[in-house]
Write a protein that binds this ligand. Structure first.
Ligand code: AMP
Length: 189
Protein backbone atom coordinates (compact mmCIF):
# COMPACT_ATOMS: atom_id res chain seq x y z
CA UNK A 1 0.00 0.00 0.00
CA UNK A 2 1.02 3.59 -0.61
CA UNK A 3 0.05 5.52 2.54
CA UNK A 4 0.88 9.20 2.31
CA UNK A 5 0.45 12.03 4.77
CA UNK A 6 -0.10 15.42 3.18
CA UNK A 7 1.26 17.81 5.73
CA UNK A 8 1.29 21.58 5.85
CA UNK A 9 -0.28 24.60 7.50
CA UNK A 10 -3.87 25.63 6.71
CA UNK A 11 -3.82 27.10 3.20
CA UNK A 12 -0.64 25.27 2.12
CA UNK A 13 -2.58 23.58 -0.71
CA UNK A 14 -3.08 20.10 0.74
CA UNK A 15 -6.64 19.66 -0.55
CA UNK A 16 -5.73 20.89 -4.05
CA UNK A 17 -2.77 18.53 -4.34
CA UNK A 18 -4.72 15.64 -2.78
CA UNK A 19 -7.33 15.91 -5.56
CA UNK A 20 -4.60 15.50 -8.21
CA UNK A 21 -2.85 12.69 -6.33
CA UNK A 22 -6.02 10.61 -5.97
CA UNK A 23 -6.36 10.57 -9.77
CA UNK A 24 -2.75 9.71 -10.39
CA UNK A 25 -2.18 7.11 -7.68
CA UNK A 26 -5.76 5.81 -7.17
CA UNK A 27 -5.68 6.38 -3.45
CA UNK A 28 -8.52 6.96 -1.00
CA UNK A 29 -8.53 10.54 0.26
CA UNK A 30 -9.16 10.92 3.98
CA UNK A 31 -9.50 14.55 5.06
CA UNK A 32 -10.62 14.96 8.67
CA UNK A 33 -11.67 18.56 7.90
CA UNK A 34 -13.93 17.35 5.05
CA UNK A 35 -15.39 14.55 7.20
CA UNK A 36 -16.12 17.04 10.00
CA UNK A 37 -17.74 19.50 7.55
CA UNK A 38 -19.92 16.65 6.24
CA UNK A 39 -21.01 15.91 9.84
CA UNK A 40 -21.90 19.59 10.28
CA UNK A 41 -23.86 19.62 7.02
CA UNK A 42 -25.75 16.48 8.12
CA UNK A 43 -26.56 18.15 11.45
CA UNK A 44 -25.28 15.24 13.57
CA UNK A 45 -24.52 15.59 17.26
CA UNK A 46 -20.81 15.23 16.50
CA UNK A 47 -21.14 17.92 13.83
CA UNK A 48 -22.76 20.35 16.24
CA UNK A 49 -19.99 19.89 18.79
CA UNK A 50 -17.23 20.10 16.18
CA UNK A 51 -18.74 23.22 14.60
CA UNK A 52 -18.25 25.27 17.77
CA UNK A 53 -14.59 24.25 18.02
CA UNK A 54 -13.87 24.70 14.33
CA UNK A 55 -15.34 28.21 14.41
CA UNK A 56 -12.52 29.24 16.76
CA UNK A 57 -9.76 27.47 14.83
CA UNK A 58 -8.91 25.13 17.73
CA UNK A 59 -8.54 21.37 17.31
CA UNK A 60 -11.36 18.87 17.73
CA UNK A 61 -10.43 16.30 20.47
CA UNK A 62 -7.94 13.61 19.42
CA UNK A 63 -10.24 10.68 20.26
CA UNK A 64 -12.95 12.06 17.96
CA UNK A 65 -10.75 12.36 14.86
CA UNK A 66 -8.87 9.12 15.62
CA UNK A 67 -12.17 7.18 15.74
CA UNK A 68 -13.30 8.85 12.48
CA UNK A 69 -10.12 7.82 10.66
CA UNK A 70 -10.18 4.26 12.03
CA UNK A 71 -13.73 3.90 10.82
CA UNK A 72 -12.83 5.13 7.31
CA UNK A 73 -9.81 2.81 7.07
CA UNK A 74 -11.98 -0.15 8.11
CA UNK A 75 -14.58 0.79 5.49
CA UNK A 76 -12.01 0.89 2.67
CA UNK A 77 -10.45 -2.56 2.86
CA UNK A 78 -9.83 -2.75 -0.89
CA UNK A 79 -7.92 0.54 -1.09
CA UNK A 80 -4.49 0.75 -2.79
CA UNK A 81 -3.55 3.15 -0.08
CA UNK A 82 -4.61 6.37 1.59
CA UNK A 83 -3.84 10.06 1.48
CA UNK A 84 -4.18 11.47 4.96
CA UNK A 85 -4.97 15.17 4.64
CA UNK A 86 -5.18 17.31 7.79
CA UNK A 87 -4.49 14.24 9.93
CA UNK A 88 -2.49 13.60 12.07
CA UNK A 89 -2.31 17.03 13.69
CA UNK A 90 -0.95 16.03 17.13
CA UNK A 91 1.61 13.51 18.38
CA UNK A 92 -1.22 11.47 19.93
CA UNK A 93 -2.93 11.25 16.54
CA UNK A 94 0.34 10.24 14.83
CA UNK A 95 0.93 7.45 17.36
CA UNK A 96 -2.66 6.22 17.00
CA UNK A 97 -2.29 6.19 13.21
CA UNK A 98 0.94 4.15 13.42
CA UNK A 99 -0.82 1.65 15.70
CA UNK A 100 -3.89 1.42 13.46
CA UNK A 101 -1.77 0.70 10.40
CA UNK A 102 0.54 -1.72 12.24
CA UNK A 103 -2.52 -3.81 13.22
CA UNK A 104 -3.12 -4.25 9.48
CA UNK A 105 0.57 -4.90 8.77
CA UNK A 106 0.76 -1.54 7.05
CA UNK A 107 2.65 1.67 7.66
CA UNK A 108 3.03 5.26 6.50
CA UNK A 109 5.16 5.39 3.35
CA UNK A 110 6.02 9.11 3.43
CA UNK A 111 5.01 12.43 4.86
CA UNK A 112 4.91 15.07 2.13
CA UNK A 113 5.24 18.44 3.84
CA UNK A 114 4.08 21.35 1.68
CA UNK A 115 5.98 24.40 2.82
CA UNK A 116 4.51 27.90 2.47
CA UNK A 117 5.33 31.00 4.56
CA UNK A 118 2.76 32.51 6.96
CA UNK A 119 2.07 35.72 4.95
CA UNK A 120 1.27 33.71 1.83
CA UNK A 121 -0.97 31.39 3.92
CA UNK A 122 -3.05 34.34 5.18
CA UNK A 123 -3.47 35.71 1.65
CA UNK A 124 -4.53 32.30 0.30
CA UNK A 125 -7.01 31.61 3.12
CA UNK A 126 -8.73 34.99 2.75
CA UNK A 127 -9.03 34.34 -1.00
CA UNK A 128 -10.40 30.82 -0.38
CA UNK A 129 -13.02 32.32 1.96
CA UNK A 130 -14.55 34.09 -1.06
CA UNK A 131 -14.55 30.96 -3.21
CA UNK A 132 -15.50 28.14 -0.80
CA UNK A 133 -17.49 30.08 1.77
CA UNK A 134 -15.75 28.41 4.71
CA UNK A 135 -16.58 30.36 7.87
CA UNK A 136 -13.16 29.60 9.43
CA UNK A 137 -11.41 31.29 6.48
CA UNK A 138 -13.34 34.57 6.74
CA UNK A 139 -12.06 35.94 10.01
CA UNK A 140 -8.42 36.97 10.27
CA UNK A 141 -8.43 36.19 14.03
CA UNK A 142 -9.55 32.61 13.35
CA UNK A 143 -6.95 32.27 10.58
CA UNK A 144 -4.23 33.52 12.93
CA UNK A 145 -5.37 31.08 15.63
CA UNK A 146 -5.26 28.17 13.15
CA UNK A 147 -1.72 29.12 12.13
CA UNK A 148 -0.78 29.40 15.85
CA UNK A 149 -2.34 25.99 16.67
CA UNK A 150 -0.43 24.55 13.72
CA UNK A 151 2.92 25.86 14.97
CA UNK A 152 2.25 24.87 18.59
CA UNK A 153 0.74 21.40 18.17
CA UNK A 154 1.19 20.17 14.63
CA UNK A 155 4.53 21.41 13.24
CA UNK A 156 6.39 19.10 15.65
CA UNK A 157 5.13 16.10 13.66
CA UNK A 158 7.74 16.88 11.01
CA UNK A 159 10.30 15.64 13.54
CA UNK A 160 8.24 12.58 14.39
CA UNK A 161 8.35 11.43 10.75
CA UNK A 162 11.91 12.66 10.24
CA UNK A 163 12.99 10.22 12.96
CA UNK A 164 11.30 7.45 10.97
CA UNK A 165 13.11 8.60 7.79
CA UNK A 166 9.79 9.45 6.13
CA UNK A 167 9.81 13.25 6.05
CA UNK A 168 9.87 14.84 2.60
CA UNK A 169 9.66 18.64 2.28
CA UNK A 170 7.96 20.06 -0.82
CA UNK A 171 8.28 23.70 -1.86
CA UNK A 172 4.64 24.90 -1.85
CA UNK A 173 5.20 28.17 -3.70
CA UNK A 174 4.44 28.15 -7.42
CA UNK A 175 1.55 27.10 -9.63
CA UNK A 176 -0.53 24.00 -8.88
CA UNK A 177 1.03 21.82 -11.61
CA UNK A 178 4.53 22.85 -10.70
CA UNK A 179 3.95 21.79 -7.07
CA UNK A 180 2.31 18.56 -8.25
CA UNK A 181 5.45 17.80 -10.32
CA UNK A 182 7.58 18.25 -7.21
CA UNK A 183 5.34 15.76 -5.36
CA UNK A 184 5.59 13.22 -8.17
CA UNK A 185 9.38 13.52 -8.22
CA UNK A 186 9.46 12.99 -4.45
CA UNK A 187 7.45 9.79 -4.91
CA UNK A 188 9.74 8.30 -7.56
CA UNK A 189 11.65 5.59 -5.80
P1 AMP B 1 -8.99 21.62 7.73
O1 AMP B 1 -10.06 21.48 6.72
O2 AMP B 1 -8.00 20.47 7.71
O3 AMP B 1 -8.30 22.96 7.68
O4 AMP B 1 -9.69 21.54 9.17
C1 AMP B 1 -10.65 22.49 9.60
C2 AMP B 1 -10.86 22.40 11.10
O5 AMP B 1 -11.32 21.08 11.45
C3 AMP B 1 -9.58 22.57 11.94
O6 AMP B 1 -9.30 23.95 12.18
C4 AMP B 1 -9.95 21.81 13.22
O7 AMP B 1 -10.82 22.56 14.03
C5 AMP B 1 -10.74 20.62 12.66
N1 AMP B 1 -9.85 19.47 12.35
C6 AMP B 1 -9.60 18.95 11.12
N2 AMP B 1 -8.75 17.91 11.19
C7 AMP B 1 -8.43 17.78 12.51
C8 AMP B 1 -7.57 16.91 13.25
N3 AMP B 1 -6.84 15.96 12.63
N4 AMP B 1 -7.51 17.07 14.59
C9 AMP B 1 -8.24 17.99 15.23
N5 AMP B 1 -9.05 18.87 14.61
C10 AMP B 1 -9.15 18.77 13.26
Amino acid sequence: MLNLILFGAPGAGKGTQAAKMIEMYKLVHLSTGDILRAEIAAGTELGLKAQKIMATGDLVPDEVVIAMIENKIDNNKEANGFIFDGFPRTTQQAKALDEMLAKKNEQITKMLAIEVDADELRTRLLKRAEIENRPDDKDINVINNRIKVYSEKTAILAEYYQKQGKFQPINGIGDIDEIFDRINKALEI
